[in-house]
Design a protein around this ligand. Structure first.
Ligand SMILES: [Zn+2]
Length: 64
């Protein structure tokens, strides 16, 4: 990853283990707009990603 890519994106970490990187989000987005949901709250989520570290199914939704 080069310097420009580092500046453009921020890593969204797994809320369960805090280690796995779920995705890269653009820095133009306010991180408060990205809501992460644990499996027990998955009914509130719009999309799902699987944590590469702990294997949890983490839901997320982007507020506008
Ligand atoms: Zn995890």
């Amino acid at each position: 990853m080069n310097q420009i890519e580092k500046q453009r994106t921020r890593s969204i970490k797994c809320p369960i283990c805090g280690k796995g990187k779920l995705m890269d989000a653009s820095k133009t987005i306010n991180p408060k707009m990205i809501r992460l949901f644990k499996p027990e709250e998955s009914n509130k989520a719009e999309c799902f990603v699987k944590c590469p570290k702990c294997g949890s199914q983490v839901g997320f939704a982007v507020e506008k």
